[in-house]
Design a protein around this ligand. Structure first.
Ligand SMILES: [Zn+2]
Ligand SMILES: [Zn+2]
Length: 346
């Protein structure tokens, strides 16, 4: 079979690979579509200790079950599924309370459970074997959209769903960075809440792409960006700020537009630092506001997100590439030329 592998640091290639072996509890999936993430581009550029050379990439997977291990119950050949990418232990206190993304068997407080396409071969291949327990039924969802739900959709869904109580009628949500994940955030906010939505981005093109789906677009380069956002909320700021960029400038903007007791959630991995100031006249965070990084989502989040997709409630842009053109998808993503989320179709 064909597979797209990290063949060396700086190098990803489509190569001939062996049919995946099945472990206890596995199902074999014939891949229909696989999303391409900035993480894959980062892995290609720099390698990482987590991704051994020779690994098949791809942590966004949709396809059809074509074989099941003897001991598997609850999955059947022919089912269309997506793959939950957080392969947690399922038994620790965090897992049993529904927070698989904070599993206590990950190896430490700053570590996360294994994912396909990282520590084990992923979905950019004709076939992939995955634990049956981490598959989610996805019949009735376009495979291209289904494929990107487990990461590009799940990350914003979790960040929003976890603080959903803040988004009452009359509230405002600010989405900073409206690429693949930001577009999902907008669609999810529209589906789950009546909050006003403000989109912020450095790219005029990205803002244009979402202009019809939000209440206000603000150019990040606008020197009055903060003032415009705060003014549009009646002077008190936004209940939720989602920062999909995570650099110094976006974190500072988030602090200056969030409302008291509002939430800043930062899935972005831009390497920024946040200045936490406790002086009486602080111009940073208002009282009560919270700030947290977020990682992936829970299994329940993914099941609910698939339901939203099945109901036709997720309007997002997908850049579709045939599998044979995978390297072009990587290159386009690396130079910021993808509108929405990139996905490989078999
Ligand atoms: Zn990813
Ligand atoms: Zn666990």
């Amino acid at each position: 079979m064909r597979a797209i592998k990290l063949t060396d640091v700086g190098n990803v290639q489509e190569v001939e690979a062996e049919r995946p072996s099945m472990r206890h509890g596995d199902v074999l999936i014939e891949v229909a579509a696989a999303g391409v993430c900035q993480t894959d581009v980062m892995v290609r550029a720099a390698g990482t200790a987590l991704v051994p050379i020779g690994t098949t990439l791809g942590h966004e997977i949709a396809g059809r079950i074509v074989e099941i291990a003897d001991d598997v119950v609850g999955a059947a050949v022919g089912n269309n599924v997506v793959v939950y990418p957080v392969w947690a232990c399922g038994a620790c206190v965090m897992c049993v309370s529904g927070r698989q993304n904070a599993c206590r068997a990950s190896g430490g407080r700053l570590r996360v459970p294994p994912s396909p396409g990282m520590s084990r071969d992923g979905g950019m291949a004709d076939l992939v074997s995955v634990p049956a327990r981490w598959t989610v039924p996805a019949d009735g969802v376009d495979p291209a959209l289904a494929a990107v739900l487990p990461d590009a959709g799940l990350v914003p869904f979790h960040a929003i769903n976890d603080q959903l109580h803040l988004l009452r009628p009359g509230s405002t949500a600010v989405v900073v960075g409206v690429g693949g994940l930001g577009q999902f955030a907008i669609a999810i906010l529209r589906a789950l809440t009546s909050a006003r939505i403000i989109a912020v981005d450095t790219s005029a093109q990205s803002l244009e792409a979402v202009a019809g789906r939000v209440d206000l677009t603000v150019a990040a380069s606008d020197p009055d960006a903060v003032a415009k956002i705060v003014e549009s909320t009646g002077g008190y700021g936004a209940e939720m700020v989602l920062d999909f960029v995570g650099v110094d400038a976006t974190l500072a903007l988030a602090a200056r537009v969030v409302t008291p007791y509002g939430a800043i959630r930062v899935p972005g991995l831009g390497g920024g630092t946040f200045e936490f100031e406790t002086a009486k006249g602080s111009r940073q965070l208002p009282f009560g506001a919270s700030l947290a990084r977020t990682y992936s989502g829970t299994l329940q989040d993914l099941v609910e997100l698939v339901a939203l997709a099945r109901a036709g409630r997720l309007e997002v842009d997908l850049a579709r590439y045939p599998f044979a053109d995978a390297l072009r998808a990587f290159d386009d993503l690396a130079r910021g030329a993808v509108r929405g989320r990139a996905v490989l179709i078999r």
